[in-house]
Design a protein around this ligand. Structure first.
Ligand code: DC
Length: 227
């Protein structure tokens, strides 16, 4: 990226399991942009709290832990890796326990401000597709395109369940659905940066669409907006 050149930022927000990461990755590779998964940052803080035996809901204790944490994002062969104090934790953060811990720590204001500059910085330097919960509302309010991706809780749980099973994790559908509903409630109901569409977001409901159809729709939206 040339210095001073304005980058193109596409924000994709939505609830857990809406297909944000899969679709964002595909869209980014089509456009030649960098895909940034911001959930991985909250997951990394959640993982650290669990490792230290700290309740992820304990705002004071988690805030104390932030002093010991250094998080870096690196792109290795175009794929995002997250480093926690120099350890690559990219795979370790993909468990149901860490998902719930991430949701809990993400409601703590100090955690959100701790991760703010990291996210803004990447977006200022690169053409990116960034996915999360508050990208269009808080992190990148000037993003050229904002998409709010959603689907019914049942279909999102089914997709997440299939994904975890494919990774060899031992989970059952009902508990994945319960976790999704609990996270929806926590992520949308929290006081700080709650999950909600930005005023200028395009809402895309993928309940009735498969992956190819969803991608086609997103490409159409992006092409129209970037014309
Ligand atoms: O997208 P994900 O499932 O990896 O996110 C994990 C948790 O992190 C999610 O339940 C809420 C939180 N999160 C957030 O608050 N803001 C973001 N931009 C991304 C994730």
């Amino acid at each position: 990226m040339e210095k001073g050149q304005k980058t193109i930022n596409i924000a994709i927000d939505g609830p857990a399991g809406a297909g944000k990461s899969t679709l964002s990755k595909m869209l980014a590779s089509q456009l030649g942009y960098i895909y940034v998964d911001t959930g991985a940052l909250y997951r990394t803080v959640g993982l650290y709290a669990l490792r230290k035996g700290v309740n992820p809901k304990d705002a004071e204790k988690v805030s104390q832990l932030l002093k010991e944490i250094r998080i870096e994002i690196k792109f290795i062969s175009g794929t995002q890796h997250v480093f926690l104090n120099d350890e690559d934790v990219s795979n370790l953060i993909r468990t149901p326990e860490v998902s719930m811990a991430a949701s809990a720590v993400s409601a703590i204001p100090n955690v959100r401000s701790f991760l703010l500059d990291l996210q803004k910085d990447i977006a200022a330097k690169n053409n990116i597709i960034m996915d999360g919960r508050d990208i269009g509302t808080v992190i990148l309010p000037n993003a050229q395109i904002k998409i709010f991706l959603t689907a019914s809780p049942e279909i999102r749980a089914k997709r997440r369940f299939d994904e975890l099973i494919a990774k060899g994790q031992n989970v059952d559908y009902q508990s994945v659905l319960n976790d999704i509903k609990k996270r929806d409630e926590a992520d949308s109901g929290r006081e700080i940066a709650p999950l909600k569409p930005a005023k200028d977001a395009i809402i895309v409901d993928t309940t009735e669409y498969n992956l190819e159809q969803s991608l086609e729709l997103l490409i159409k939206i992006v092409k129209e907006r970037l014309k």
